[in-house]
Ligand binder design. Sequence first.
Ligand code: AMP
Length: 207
Amino acid sequence: MGCPGAGKGTQSAKLQDTFHLKHISTGDVLRAEIASGSDLGKRIAGIIDKGNLVPDELMISMLENIVKATDKGIIFDGFPRTVAQAEALDAMMKRLERSITAVIMIDLPESEVVNRIASRRQCGKCGAILHITPGTPANKCPVCGGELYTRPDDTPERVKHRLEVYHTDTLPVKTYYQRSGSYVEINGDQTPEKVFEDIVNVLKKVK
Ligand code: AMP
């Protein structure tokens, strides 16, 4: 968990590579549906580009098939984002005889969010997330050579709205997991390497 720009995608990718887990970013799942050009994708684009959340039922139904298709341990990145999604995830885990190991919140001061997102670029080919000097035009991905792009929901106005949505809809999820005892907070205002080290230390304790 974490607000926009907290580093969820970056840390999830590192965890996937290090521990051979399956990284499921619901944002990436939705962007892939948009890229497919389907009618559903067009509907989703209208929601995401405004910085709003995709309806819970749609998100959950899209996710269940992906979860069922893997036996690996899973990192959910950007899910659950509402209490209804957290409840649906609990029900899904029970049905699939799986359990939640830890809920990790990457905590970042809001003053940092806008700066970070202004410099964020994503690779359209491999999905790598990079930070470049603000004002620099999108260029080639250093990982795979793919085209880098700025996400349409990363403009300052959209980010402001996404933060409001985060406060209203997603922060209650924190209280939900605090009650279950599986919730841990990490300081996200550190280098990616240090954040990763802190996450690994949490995982060592709960394993
Ligand atoms: P992200 O890549 O995690 O920043 O997500 C980008 C956008 O996708 C969000 O601002 C939402 O519009 C949508 N989205 C991602 N995950 C979810 C989710 N779990 N529930 C609803 N909408 C989501």
